[in-house]
Design a protein around this ligand. Sequence first.
Ligand code: PMM
Length: 297
Amino acid sequence: MSTMERAALGRSGLLAPPEGLPRVGRCLVMGILNVTSDSFSDGGLYADTRRAIDRGLELAAQGADIVDVGGESTRPGARPVCLDEELARAVPVVRELARAGVRVSVDTMHVPVARAAVAAGARLVNDVSGGLADPAMARTVAAAGVAYVAMHWRAPSDEMDRRADYHDVVSDVMAELEARLRRLAEGGVDPARIVLDPGLGFSKRPEHDWALLAGLNRLRELGFPLLVGASRKRFIGAALAGVDAGEGPPGGRDVATAAVSALAAVGGACCVRVHDVRGSLDAVRMAAAYVEHMERT
Ligand code: PMM
């Protein structure tokens, strides 16, 4: 499909998931499995390999279309882990889940981790840096022939909050994602395997996150399927705080996250990345029924 055709499709209808991901007639649900000690809402819960595998199997049993395994926290202020540590955390979990028939993605910015995870059975590389952290990522995913999520990102975790300046956040994010797409094309990545992600919470303040969520129809004009990662993020806590006078624990944001998943699905996202799979799965099913009826009227 040409870029023009993709752009036309992006304006007129919902974009199907990329090659390599299932087509189920609704927005896909990616379950989060952070095998880390310091992720912002579930850090430490699944740091042990056996517990992480069990959690991945549980997410799949709850209906996750994909389980996203990450060995390095990307929360604001998080310190990078060394490569050996990231490999040791993520790869055994990817291998066991893939062996059990679970569709697995690997959440990494690092080429050696992406390579090892794909060799262990991962079918998607989820790179929050969109290829900026490691210039060899494009060639790596091109050679591996797997699907690739390129997220909008400006800086590592310890610096990202200082880089939240935008003129018009939707236009700026679109322009920066287009630059990422050019680099991916130069690296030989098949456009049919690319998913774009506006990167909610990454160098974004709550007002930016809401503008991007409300602007998904504009982001779709880029002509690529979109993934939205809103789960339990600060902008949800901040919106709830206005009602409850207190942010509460991140797990207390799961009902609101499911509501945001429905909004993202109606906005045309092809996938939502969430901690609580059950709630968002019901939410995207409701969104699919709603969109079907909207199109008939
Ligand atoms: N957010 C986090 C980690 N990985 N990947 C994608 N594609 N999009 C996101 O928004 C995203 C991500 C940070 O959230 P977590 O610490 O709860 O996993």
